[in-house]
Write a protein that binds this ligand. Structure first.
Ligand code: GLC
Length: 558
């Protein structure tokens, strides 16, 4: 008990200082399986994260989001949870977790857990009970329906991970719904007892001092009670099925009712945050996720910018501008990378200027008025290492969808710590996934020593973002809005002080004359704060010269 109190005290002290920490936070996603292995079994663990907290502190992150480490059959590597209040043995023990939170808190780093509400593992005791008969206490905890007259599933709904979303159960002689793998049956969120059970698990972790949750797959929480067929849309998916729309299974209005309840639970604990996994097509949809009275998610992820997948000034400008002007003043949360997608360098890179492009993306991520999500290894320049043979694939969708869908192993390869065998990930001769090929040069040890490395660029950028008043608190104002080669914007204080960010989106050198006066900016000179290329300590607003994909940040001076 004394230990728990000490943890709580530490935690409340750090939040007491700034309960709104999440408004300008840098949140670093860790895939525990792939971060650092301390017991030599080839799989990363919680102690591996604790061992590297000093690295994360030096990088400057405010919080770490850990993808699921709860007991799980690991069909979806932890997103199939069989016990919400324990730690999977392969990742460690509850004592390890408590130590991680304590050590992180000491260093001013908050720990955000992943919370998977939509589904459990089919090995969870709730599902085992639910499937045992049509009449048991948990009979309605999942989404069960009868077959149609011919014995077929009730409709054409498709799993996000391929093929029908309905799985037959012989005991109940019914189908159950699974938005993801068949081993991930969807919970029935129309059932009050299900909601309360989930809120209870959240309180369990909040009591332990976690800073909040990244809510997995929230748009999928509800399905149409009338079970209407989805309309077909053009094309065939990676699994060879006709594509269907998701209007009856995605983003139903009831989702917001649950988000409000989740927020109420979170509000019982000051300074805690709800982050949502929200792939949404536009600002209007995103705005809904914050709630009409700002009573839903604190930070729904804005995945639009990060997944445009083309370096178009016009598109970036529109998305940044919409996030600034159409979210009702709420804080956007940008991300370019995560454990479900090809790494951004492979989506935005041109193969020739990748290093400069990575710095450009880092700058766009970390300089607008927004919170930022990073993914482990992004700061080093880790690339996607997609398996080349189906027999090597670990992520089941890569086997279900091969060769069109090769799965998500490529973006989950071990963190690259140094140039020893297996990049210093651990002592096992074979980590659970092979280490990325570029680890000899792209790793923490080498890049720490090199002042010009990508890692040091990220460090300087994060430090600047914290220390510079305009980058921290200033308004966001777009400049030179007709230029289609250079994206530029200002961070502006009320007193007219400003920081300029200018980014060359082309492979040719560009020069721009920045128009600050119309925005009330005082001064025509620039003091360089950070640039991805060699330039002078001072530059002029009238002539900001940028090499191919160059990024420049400067303080405007009289
Ligand atoms: C989310 C996770 C993904 C997982 C899925 C099902 O999209 O990010 O990794 O497979 O939910 O839980």
């Amino acid at each position: 008990m004394g230990k728990l109190l000490a943890t709580l005290l530490l935690a409340s002290l750090s939040w007491g200082a700034d309960p709104d920490w999440w408004r300008s936070a840098v949140i670093y996603e860790i895939y525990p399986r792939s971060f650092a292995d301390t017991n030599g079994d080839g799989i990363g663990d919680l102690n591996g994260i604790t061992a590297h907290l000093d690295y994360l502190k030096e990088l400057g992150v405010d919080a770490i989001w850990l993808t699921p480490f709860y007991p799980s059959p690991q069909v979806d590597f932890g997103y199939d949870i069989s016990d919400y209040k324990a730690i999977d043995r392969q990742y460690g023990t509850m004592a390890d977790f408590d130590r991680l939170v304590k050590e992180a808190t000491k260093r001013g780093i908050k720990v955000v857990n992943d919370m998977v509400l939509n589904h459990t593992s089919d090995q969870h005791p709730w599902f085992k009970e639910s499937k045992s008969s049509r009449k048991n206490k948990k009979a309605d905890w999942y989404v069960w329906v009868n077959a149609d007259a011919k014995g077929n599933p009730p409709n054409n709904w498709q799993s996000i991970f391929g093929h029908s979303a309905w799985q037959w159960n012989e005991t109940r002689k019914q189908f159950y719904y699974h938005a993801f793998y068949k081993e991930q049956p969807d919970l029935n969120f129309r059932n009050r007892a299900v909601r309360d059970a989930m809120y209870d698990t959240m309180r369990f972790w909040l009591d332990k001092g976690v800073a909040g949750f990244r809510l997995d797959a929230v748009p999928s929480l509800f399905e149409d009670p009338q079970l209407r067929d989805e309309p077909y849309v053009d094309g065939v998916d990676a699994y060879g099925e006709r594509k269907v729309s998701k209007q009856y299974t995605d983003n139903l209005p009831e989702v917001h009712e649950v988000l409000r309840e989740l927020r109420q639970v979170t509000n019982e604990y000051p300074g805690r945050v709800l982050i949502g996994e929200t792939y949404l097509p536009n600002a209007a949809e995103l705005l809904k996720m914050y709630g009409k009275n700002q009573d839903e998610l604190h930070l729904p992820m804005d995945m639009q910018l990060g997944f445009l997948n083309r370096l178009s000034v016009a598109d970036f400008r529109i998305k940044l501008q919409e996030a600034e002007t159409q979210l009702n003043g709420n804080v956007p949360l940008f991300a370019f990378d995560n454990h479900d997608n090809t790494r951004s360098v492979d989506r935005y890179g041109d193969g020739v200027h990748n290093d400069a492009i990575q710095r450009l993306l880092a700058t766009v991520l970390l300089t607008p008025r927004a919170s930022a999500l990073m993914y482990y290894g992004e700061e080093l320049g880790m690339v996607t290492s997609t398996p080349t043979r189906v027999e090597d694939v670990r992520d089941p969708i890569g086997r279900i969808g091969w060769p069109k869908e090769k799965g998500r192993d490529g973006e989950r390869t071990p963190m690259q710590w140094n140039n020893d065998a297996n990049a210093g990930f651990g002592s096992a001769s074979k980590p659970w996934l092979p280490v990325g090929e570029n680890y000899k040069t792209v790793n923490v040890a080498s890049e720490s020593k090199d002042p010009g490395s990508l890692l040091n660029y990220y460090k300087r950028l994060i430090k600047l973002r914290k220390e510079n008043e305009q980058l921290r608190d200033g308004d966001f104002v777009m400049t030179n809005e007709t230029n289609d080669k250079v994206l530029s914007y200002l961070r502006l204080s009320r007193d007219g002080k400003a920081v300029l960010v200018a980014l060359n989106f082309t492979a040719e050198p560009q020069a721009v004359n920045i128009d600050g006066a119309t925005h009330g900016v005082k001064g025509r000179h620039l003091k360089t704060l950070l640039a991805s290329f060699t330039c002078g300590d001072h530059e002029e607003m009238s002539h900001v010269a940028l090499p191919a994909f160059g990024s420049y940040i400067g303080q405007v001076e009289p």
